[in-house]
Design a protein around this ligand. Structure first.
Ligand code: 0RA
Length: 657
């Protein structure tokens, strides 16, 4: 931990005002939907966690208040309130009203807010109808209030406190003029708080929802060891979780890992509490050390039989591995498509050295565990060899090769991946409509039949034998698994189009599981999308409009009713109109689309495929750990947790990963 630094107000760099934030909010928080809204909370919580990283905070209390506001309270040092020499106003006001002011001093610390989310609390302030802050510092309680980012009055001393209870309490009301939705989601917030509590074992996170009367406390004394156990809750580990801790060149490192009986590799990496979904130098360092250390130990102890032709590769040491890596870096450099890849090259050798030393020690001291793990890896290597043969066999048939595109793929005519997209469509009839309705210049259609194989339960050789999977691999053209090379992808967007019913949602989950496990780069690069077909068509006289959810349907109905003064509306099936065309001329008609197949090509184009008018949901992995957990729960072996999950989430029709 860095030393407590003596902060003075002049260390704050002044950049620019907040109008820019209100003018273009998405530039600062990603979007103005639910995701951006939750970014506001993350920003304040991250600041509180920065205080914990600096060694000054052990508690965060987050409350969703009845009036739709949020309060975040911590026991950090409290934002300084002394007068800033250049700005001639309090440091608090500068931190709250100047972009990036909060993160620009005190470089000698590990910062979440200096990194990825790093927009600063001033952005939260700018995007709030009002914000109130209460500071406990130097024995006094200070207060200031803002409207749309502007201070209502100067910082005021409103009282005193006894003891060392310093801290910051921020309450804000997201501006409904800015956000499309202002409703917070308990689960989304709980997920981030749980993750932070695992990563910072000294911090207790309280979450309270006064609206829904929900409450959760996250406190994990075992830290990332508990995290790994939680991730493997539905899997069977066959040894005690291994824990490695060390520090080099001001870079502290913690790793916890265990092997289970699944086939998946599950490594979650964090830098300063940020989930580095795209990996980076810390991950490379870990993998290198893991392979080398285990191989050395196996050779030294004669665990690989002399006459065996097996060589153990890195992959073999990662099948069935669940690991959490948490590293703290003073000046992290983030790279990659979504800026979640650690670039600092020195971190690779730091991690490699620490893991090399500590893991060798561990194996020497725990020979029984070492033997078990290596025997497991040998079995994996043997299976891998069998899978390789299977893959070669399939490849010889050219089934995975994009030179031999699958027969049912209707490809696009231009040949520029960046501008081309492929719709993966459930069912032949919807596939047919999509083929006729598309813009064939840049839209390709790949119909798939029914439920694809559940990849969570199958080994790679079985997966490769599946014809639906073969045709997806060939159409996308970038290989699969460890050989996947996203630069070869033939389309810039992979759009999943399934029916809006239970089966459709199951198929979508199967597809997402497949992409997440075997073409993960497509997902982390944000190339996978979910099409949003309308749920209703509403007709009144000659007017015909579509509604994508119940709220939208009700809004449209309300407007139409007010125009036609309360005529009865009926729910009728599209086929009723076909059979009985005069129905068309009376009242307001709502028809519910049960499947994509009920739309004709023109309707499918105008509602779901036309880039000018459609909505597609980008699949984001906000937290890889949460995504892994969802897929394992929905698709894995254990039945009971799946039932619980589905019951708990039954009212939400869609799954966010
Ligand atoms: C500026 C400087 C210091 C701390 C903070 C801001 C700070 C911000 C937030 C936001 C939520 N909770 C917070 N806690 C602290 C450093 C203070 C020092 O050096 O004494």
């Amino acid at each position: 931990m860095p030393n407590g630094n003596n902060y003075t107000a002049e260390n704050i760099n002044v950049l620019k005002g907040l109008e820019a934030v209100r003018k273009r909010p998405a530039m600062y928080i990603g979007d103005i939907g639910s995701r951006g809204l939750h970014h506001l909370i993350n920003e304040v919580v991250d600041n509180a966690i920065d205080e914990a990283l600096a060694g000054y905070n052990d508690r965060v209390i987050l409350t969703l208040n009845k009036d739709g506001t949020v309060t975040v309270e911590d026991r950090g040092r409290g934002i300084p309130v002394d007068i800033h020499p250049e700005e001639k106003r309090s440091a608090l006001e500068v931190v709250m009203t100047v972009l990036h002011a909060g993160g620009k001093f005190d470089k000698n610390s590990y910062k979440v807010s200096g990194g990825l989310h790093g927009v600063g609390v001033s952005v939260v302030n700018a995007l709030s109808e009002w914000l109130k802050v209460e500071i406990r510092r130097d024995g006094n309680i200070y207060f200031q209030e803002y409207r749309c980012g502007d201070p209502v009055a100067d910082v005021k001393k409103i009282g005193t406190y006894k003891g060392d209870a310093t801290g910051t309490k921020i309450t804000f009301k997201p501006d409904k003029e800015i956000f499309k939705v202002v409703k917070f989601n308990f689960e989304t917030i709980a997920e981030r708080m749980r993750e932070l509590a695992y990563l910072n074992k000294e911090v207790t996170m309280f979450l309270k929802d006064e609206v829904e009367n929900l409450e959760e406390t996250f406190r994990f004394k075992g830290g990332i060891i508990d995290f790994v156990k939680y991730l493997d809750e539905n899997r069977e580990a066959f040894h005690k979780t291994i824990y490695i801790e060390g520090e080099k060149e001001d870079t502290p490192l913690e790793i916890a890992f265990e092997y289970n009986s699944s086939f998946t590799e599950n490594i979650h990496t964090y830098v300063n509490n940020i989930n580095t979904i795209e990996g980076g130098t810390h991950l490379v360092g870990f993998k290198t050390a893991l392979t080398r250390t285990f191989n050395n130990y196996a050779n030294k102890n004669g665990l690989i039989k002399e006459n065996s032709k097996i060589t153990l590769t890195g992959e073999d040491f990662r099948e069935g591995l669940t690991a959490v890596i948490s590293v703290k870096v003073m000046e992290p450099q983030f790279e990659g498509q979504t800026k979640t890849k650690l670039g600092n090259s020195e971190v690779k050798s730091i991690v490699e050295t620490i893991v090399g030393e500590k893991l060798s020690e561990y194996l020497e001291e725990n020979p029984a565990v070492a033997k078990k793990i290596i025997e497991k890896c040998i079995r994996t290597a043997e299976a891998r060899e069998a899978a390789r043969k299977a893959r070669d066999l399939v490849r010889r048939k050219n089934a995975l090769d994009s030179l031999h595109l699958p027969g049912k793929l209707a490809d696009c005519s231009i040949n520029d991946p960046e501008h081309c997209e492929v719709y993966i469509v459930e069912g032949d009839s919807a596939g047919g409509s999509a083929k006729q309705g598309r813009d064939r210049r840049f839209q390709a259609i790949l119909p798939i039949k029914g439920k694809i194989l559940n990849v969570e339960k199958a080994k790679l050789n079985k997966i490769l034998e599946n014809t639906e999977i073969q045709s997806m691999v060939a159409a996308i053209g970038a290989g699969i698994g460890d050989e996947f090379d996203s630069s070869k992808t033939r389309y810039g967007k992979i759009i999943l189009m399934t029916d809006a019913d239970v089966d459709g949602s199951h198929i979508r989950t199967l597809l997402l599981t497949f992409f997440y496990r075997h073409m993960k780069d497509l997902i982390t690069a944000g190339k996978v999308y979910i099409a949003q077909p309308p749920l209703y068509k509403i007709k009144k006289g000659k007017e015909e409009v579509y509604a994508f959810d119940d709220d939208e349907r009700d809004k449209i109905l309300k407007r139409m009713r007010s125009e036609s003064k309360g005529k009865e509306d009926k729910i009728i099936e599209p086929k009723d109109i076909e059979e009985n065309p005069e129905l068309n001329t009376k009242g307001i008609f709502i028809s519910r689309y049960k499947g994509l197949g009920e739309m004709n090509p023109e309707q499918l184009w105008s509602t779901t495929m036309n880039p000018e008018t459609r909505t597609v949901l980008q699949v984001n992995v906000e937290s890889a750990a949460a995504a892994d957990k969802i897929f394992e729960t929905l698709m894995g072996d254990a039945v009971e947790p799946r039932r619980e999950f589905i019951q708990k989430h039954a009212k939400y029709a869609k799954i966010d990963v």
